[in-house]
Every structure is written in structure tokens, then in C-alpha cells.
Design a protein around this ligand. Structure first.
Ligand code: ADP
Ligand code: MG
Length: 237
């Protein structure tokens, strides 16, 4: 089992005020799955992703990652797991400015246990997302769709156990969005585990399973029966 959470709760504290955001979530995700976490804005999807991706911790409940209990790991141990096991793709791309495409993708390798062939691996990964011709462009010289492909390459270059993509098409025109969904589907076909966070039903149906979240609770969890496949020339609704 890749991910197994039980009764996961998350509260935010600001001053004296406690806001309860996640209310006891229990679910498992296996290696090789392509899951959409789907729900309206404010339902707690990003909060859940941050906990699952070791960017934040749950307030209560337990979390097993690759069958190891990670509930009470130190911040340093969580950072090591995050750098070596998790790839993130965010709505706003979060690329480094004034830096080339290639440098952005090399960066996670410099923070990981990988020591060999850093440049070659970064180039190979960029080629796999169709950006072999953009290696030395600066990140402000490429289109939004290309920026998100750089972010996918950066997420992928460490060969993580799972890729989290939080509203990855949210800042893109619909054609570029289709390209991103297609890359995520191709990556899953090659065996990568993908967890997609989205508020759009249409986008969520590109995954194989949907976990529906509302007001910090799971209200549904089902396999996608009629799956959508991103194809060139189509539009993401
Ligand atoms: P989603 O990604 O589904 O839109 P979020 O996980 O971002 O939802 O937010 C869920 C709820 O938690 C929202 O009501 C939001 O205002 C609140 N929230 C998120 N982050 C914080 C924070 N750092 N402090 C306080 N409240 C937060
Ligand atoms: Mg969000």
C-alpha cells in the first residue's frame, strides 16, 4: 500500500480560533493508481494534499506511507521523505524565476540522494515531456503550457513514488490543459502513481478513481466508469 490514512483530522489555529478543515478521513491508495481528489473550492483538497505530501502534518489520526508509520516523524525526516518520494505540480507552476528550464529540473536532484548523471537525467526527463528544445530558455520565455511541463519534469526527475498535481490546469488555456492531462495519463500508463486535485468534474474524470471531498469529509469514492482521455486538438471543459 502506498498511502493509508485513518481518521485524519486537520485544524488550523489562528490566535484563539480553531478552524477544523479535515474531519476524520480514512482511505487507502495503492501504487500505480490515478486518483482525483475532487470537490468544491474550500473543501480541504489542498490541505489534504499538503498532509499527504509531507508539506504539513495532520492534527489527529494516523498516516502510513509505503507501509511505514509516518504519523510522528520529525520535520527533518518528513523533509527527506518529501524530497525523495514526492513530486509536486502546482496551479501556479512555482518555477524559479531568472533560471533556465534545465536548472529548474536539476534542482530536486541536488537536494536528493542522487549524485550521478544529474544533468543527463534532467535532460532526459525534459525530453520525455516534449521540452528537449527549451533546455536553456529562461522560465519567463516560455508559454504557460510549457511552464507546467517543466514543473512536471521537475516533479518526475527524482523518480518519486507519487506525483501530486494540485489544479494543474487551473492557470492554462483549455488546449494547454489537455496537453497536461495527456502527460499525466501517459505517466500513469507507464506505472507512475498520480494524485490529481481538482474542483472540476470533467477534469477529474481523466483519472481512474474519484475521491469526492466536501466540507472536509469524503462523501464518495468510486472508480471512473466512463473515463475521459485527453487527445490533441480537444478542449478541456
Ligand atoms: P481547497 O483546496 O479544496 O480549495 P483548502 O484546503 O485550500 O481547500 O482550504 C480548506 C479550508 O481551510 C478553507 O476554508 C480555508 O480557508 C482553510 N484554510 C486553508 N489553509 C489555511 C490556513 N493556513 N489557516 C487557516 N485556514 C486555512
Ligand atoms: Mg486548493
Amino acid at each position: 500500500m502506498l498511502i493509508s490514512v485513518k481518521n485524519l483530522e486537520k485544524d488550523y489555529l489562528s490566535g484563539e480560533v480553531v478552524t477544523k478543515v479535515l474531519h476524520g478521513l480514512t482511505f487507502n491508495i495503492d501504487k500505480g493508481e490515478f486518483v482525483s481528489i475532487m470537490g468544491p473550492s474550500g473543501s480541504g483538497k489542498s490541505t489534504l494534499m499538503h498532509v499527504l505530501g509531507f508539506l504539513d502534518r495532520a492534527t489527529r489520526g494516523s498516516y502510513k506511507f509505503e507501509d511505514g508509520d509516518v504519523t510522528d516523524l520529525s520535520d527533518d525526516d518528513l523533509a527527506i521523505l518529501r524530497n525523495n518520494k514526492i513530486g509536486f505540480v502546482f496551479q501556479a507552476f512555482n518555477l524559479l524565476p531568472r533560471t533556465t528550464v534545465l536548472e529548474n529540473v536539476k534542482l530536486p536532484l541536488l537536494y536528493s540522494d542522487t549524485k550521478d548523471n544529474i544533468e543527463e537525467r534532467a535532460i532526459e526527463t525534459l525530453k520525455s515531456v516534449g521540452l528537449g528544445h527549451r533546455l536553456n530558455f529562461f522560465t519567463n520565455q516560455i508559454s504557460g503550457g510549457e511552464k507546467q511541463r517543466v514543473a512536471i519534469a521537475r516533479a518526475l526527475v527524482n523518480r518519486p513514488s507519487v506525483i501530486f498535481a494540485d489544479e494543474p490546469t487551473g492557470n492554462l488555456d483549455s488546449k494547454s490543459g489537455v496537453g497536461i492531462m495527456r502527460i499525466l495519463q501517459d505517466l500513469n500508463e507507464k506505472g507512475n502513481t498520480i494524485i490529481l486535485v481538482t474542483h472540476e468534474t470533467y477534469t477529474s474524470e481523466h483519472a481512474k478513481r474519484i475521491i469526492k471531498v466536501m466540507d472536509g469529509e469524503i462523501v464518495d469514492d468510486y472508480p471512473v466508469k466512463v473515463r475521459r482521455f485527453a487527445k490533441d486538438g480537444e478542449f478541456l471543459k
